[in-house]
Structures are given as C-alpha cells and as structure tokens.
Design a protein around this ligand. Structure first.
Ligand SMILES: Nc1ncnc2c1ncn2[C@@H]1O[C@H](COP(=O)(O)OP(=O)(O)OP(=O)(O)O)[C@@H](O)[C@H]1O
Ligand SMILES: [Mg+2]
Length: 448
C-alpha cells in the first residue's frame, strides 16, 4: 500500500516508516499540514495517518482536504490527548479509524491491516443503488405477501367501505392506510387519530366535535375530525384501545353515514372513508368482551393483514436500500453499500419490531459506519447483543473454523481489541493473533 504519514514528530515518522516499509509498504512522511495536503494532492495514497495537532494547523483541516480530494483513499487520525470532540469531528470528516498517542505499533499495524481489507472489500462490494427520487410513502417490497397487500390496496381503492388493517407493531400499517387513502381519494384530507393516545373522555368530542356549552369548558363550537376529513379518510390507529361505549357511537355513525356533535342535535353527514388499524388480536378481544363484535364485523368486512418482516425476508435487501437512501439523506452521510456479511446478518435477524426496527438499526449502523459501506460489525452492534434472535433458535452446529473465529472475536471484544492482551488471554503470540484477525477478516467495531 502507498501510505502517507503526517506528524510533526520526526522520530515517530521515521520509526513508522521503517516498520511499514519492512512490511512491504511504500511510505512518505512530512511534518506540517501544508506539506501533507500538497503531498496528498499529488494523489495515489491508499492510506494517510494524520496527527490532530500540527505546527501550522489542525489535522481536521487536512482530513477535510483529503475528504474533498479526487482520490481520497482512507485516513486514520492520530490523537495526542483524549479529545472526544475532535474525534467525533474526525469521524464526521470521514476518518476511517483513529489511534492514540503514544503510538502502539500494534495499533498502527491493525489499522493498516483493516485499511487493506477495506480496499479489497471496496473492490468486491455490492452496490445498493441509491434511489434517485425518494418516495416517502411508497410501500417497498417484492415478496409475494407484500405484493398481495399492495394488490388489496388497489382493489379496495375502488370502493369506500371501511377497512381494518391488522399487523404487528412497525409492519407498515399506517403506510398502507396512507397508500389506500391516496389511491382512493387523492388530494383529500387524511385525518389520523390515535385511539390510545387521546384521553377517552376527550376522544368523543375530538371525533364528533361539540357545540358551545356541551360541557364545562366547551366555550365555542368545535368541528370534529370526522367532519374535518370531508371526503377523505379518517384513520383510527390502535382501534383496539377505543373505549367500548365510543365504539358503539362510531358503529352508529358508520351505519347511518351521519353523526351528531356532542351536545348538538344537528345531523352531520359522514362522507369520509373509515380505515382502522390494530396490532392486537381483536378477535380474542371480541371473545372477552373488550371489543364490540358488531363493530369488529363491520370493520372487518375488508381486512388487510400486513405480514411481519420475518415472514418476508426477501424484502430486506430492497427495504435496506430504500431506508439507507433516506437515512443517508437525513444524516448527510453517503452510506450506499452493504457488505455481503452485513446483509446476511440483516436477513438472519427476526425483527420483532419489524420495519420500524430495521429503520432504527440502519440509522445506528450508518452512524457507526466509517466508509460508504455498512459492515457486519456496524449491523451487529446496532442490533445489539441478542445472539439468540440473531442466530435463530435452531442455529446449526458450527464448523471448528467458525467457532474459532467467533471465539477470537469474543476475546478481542472483551479486551477492547487490544492485541497484546487478547493474545495473552488466548495464550498465543500477537503475531499468530494478527494472522487470525487477517484470515478471519475480523474488524474492530467502528467506535474502537
Ligand atoms: N413496506 C415498506 N416500505 C417502506 N417503508 C416501510 C414499509 N413498511 C414500513 N415502513 C416504514 O416503517 C415505519 C413503520 O411503519 P408504520 O408506522 O406504518 O407501522 P405501523 O404498523 O403503523 O406501526 P405501529 O403499530 O408501531 O404504529 C415507517 O417509517 C414506514 O415508513
Ligand atoms: Mg402505526
């Protein structure tokens, strides 16, 4: 590799040069920010070590110049003191790794090793195309079950009968409700009301409105959400949490296509379409008397069941690409690739929180990513330490090689990736450990 070292400590530069050249690398070094930037601009460096404090400026400015260069290569920050702010800034500026002074040669060699792996990976990485026009309301997915949902939306958009959307938390029920609304009454209001977050006593007047003097504090007429929605859609989220007496009133409004505001006598026509969603098993709530059977049957004439993500794992790559495009845009990061192993990790996980959890995990992983590629480590760290769900309850017996790989990785994690300590722990030499790190393509988590 072609390596550039920018550090004002001439002795340190020389020592790094000797060691790295011994390992077959080509090394240039210089001692000021200005020299560093002009050397880097000559191009061709695969890896640049930049000291944070340089005599004529900050290493952060050098990082900025590297980031904006035509062929930036990778950069590793060298920090003298523990400086969280500068470290964060360095990561934001795209530093691939950072190491602390006094320099531990092992740490330098590991950084070089990781950079070499990153180069190989960059050549073979899978390209997740960034979506040009990002449609926030699109139901993404190509699995049979999600295509079925989309088809149902199409069919139901041809009429205005009530629809009940069932599915676990985070599966995309609201997204489906909006898609149905847009297909049925484009341009008309979509009024969402969360039955579990509005105090039951207020929900009635929220929905139907009230007239002045209807109750203490009602000092003016209030238009309810059903009226607000006009010819659009009223979306009752978490309908399972609606109080039973209010359920009766809603049912009457649906049946009679009209309702009266609280305290009023004037009959207001109900023109909006009613769409409801729930993550609960309403059928068993009906059996126990917690939900009115008549309302359930009325709403359930047309039911859309949104399947959990673990039942449509084929959709995970597509969803990942879609979510990455959005998250990158929001966080001003350009993470557009997913390493194969990271993708396998995403597809193996059970996603109890469904697409919302996938969004959260990818957001965390993007923040951890040091390059434009999400690595397995970024994903695993973001999913959290839940090996049971990750490996699945019936994980097959591992090969000895895989077991050793996992064991080495665990040992490294336990010492915070300190090679000397880990080697001692495993009772092998640091050289052997480094070889294993290389052979097994192990990567220190991004925040180490
Ligand atoms: N098929 C999909 N394509 C794209 N984005 C999706 C898809 N399904 C869900 N999402 C996204 O996942 C997040 C959760 O979706 P949504 O809020 O619709 O779920 P929900 O079922 O209503 O969840 P909850 O029960 O927790 O309210 C949203 O940001 C949504 O845009
Ligand atoms: Mg919801």
């Amino acid at each position: 590799m072609k390596i550039l070292v920018i550090d004002d400590d001439a002795a340190l530069c020389r020592s790094l040069q000797i060691h790295l050249e011994r390992d077959g690398h080509f090394v240039r070094s210089c001692h000021t920010a200005r020299e560093g930037m002009s050397l880097h601009a000559e191009g061709g460096f695969d890896l640049t070590f930049v000291d944070l404090k340089l005599p004529d400026g900050s290493g952060l400015d050098v990082l900025k110049a590297i980031r904006d260069a035509e062929s930036p290569g990778l950069a590793v920050m060298i920090t003298g003191t523990q400086d969280m702010k500068a470290t964060i800034e360095a990561v934001r500026l795209g530093a691939f790794d950072y190491i602390r002074k006094p320099l531990d040669l092992e740490a330098v060699l590991i950084a070089v090793e990781k950079a070499a792996q990153e180069q190989i990976r960059a050549k073979s990485k899978r390209r997740v195309p960034l979506e040009q026009a990002f449609h926030p309301r699109e139901i993404v997915g190509a699995s049979r079950s999600i295509v079925e949902v989309i088809k149902q939306v199409g069919v139901l958009s041809q009429n205005r009968i009530p629809v009940l959307i069932e599915g676990e938390s985070g599966t995309g029920k609201e997204l489906v409700a909006r898609a149905l609304h847009e297909a049925t009454s484009p341009g008309k209001p979509f009024v969402a009301i969360n039955c579990s977050s509005v105090v039951p006593t207020l929900l009635e007047s929220e929905l139907f409105g009230h007239v002045r003097g209807a109750f203490t504090g009602a000092d003016h007429d209030k238009v309810g959400r059903l009226e607000h929605a006009g010819e659009g859609t009223v979306f009752f989220d978490e309908i399972g949490d609606m109080a039973v007496d209010l359920q009766a009133k809603l049912l009457r409004a649906i049946q009679e296509r009209s309702f009266e505001p609280v305290g009023g006598v004037k009959c207001i026509p109900l023109r909006a379409r009613i769409v409801a969603a729930t993550h609960r098993d309403v059928e068993s709530m009906v059996a126990s008397g917690a939900f009115r059977g008549d309302l359930y049957y009325r709403l359930g004439v047309s039911t859309i069941r949104v399947p959990p993500l673990r039942e449509r794992r084929d959709d995970i790559p597509l969803l990942t690409s879609h979510v990455l495009a959005r998250v990158s845009q929001e966080l001003h990061r350009c993470v557009s690739h997913v390493d194969d192993k990271a993708m396998r990790c995403l597809q193996a996980y059970d996603w109890p929180g469904n697409v919302r959890e996938l969004e959260n995990v990818l957001t965390r992983a993007v923040l951890l990513a040091r390059t434009d590629t999400l690595l397995e480590d970024n994903v695993a760290a973001s999913i959290g330490d839940r090996p049971a769900a990750y490996a699945g309850p019936e994980a097959p017996v591992k090969t000895l090689r895989d077991a050793e790989r996992d064991h080495v990785e665990r040992a490294l994690r336990s010492t915070g990736w300190n090679v000397t300590q880990t080697a001692a722990l495993l009772d092998i030499s640091p050289t052997t450990l480094r070889k294993k790190i290389h052979d097994y393509e192990l990567n220190a988590p991004a925040d180490k």
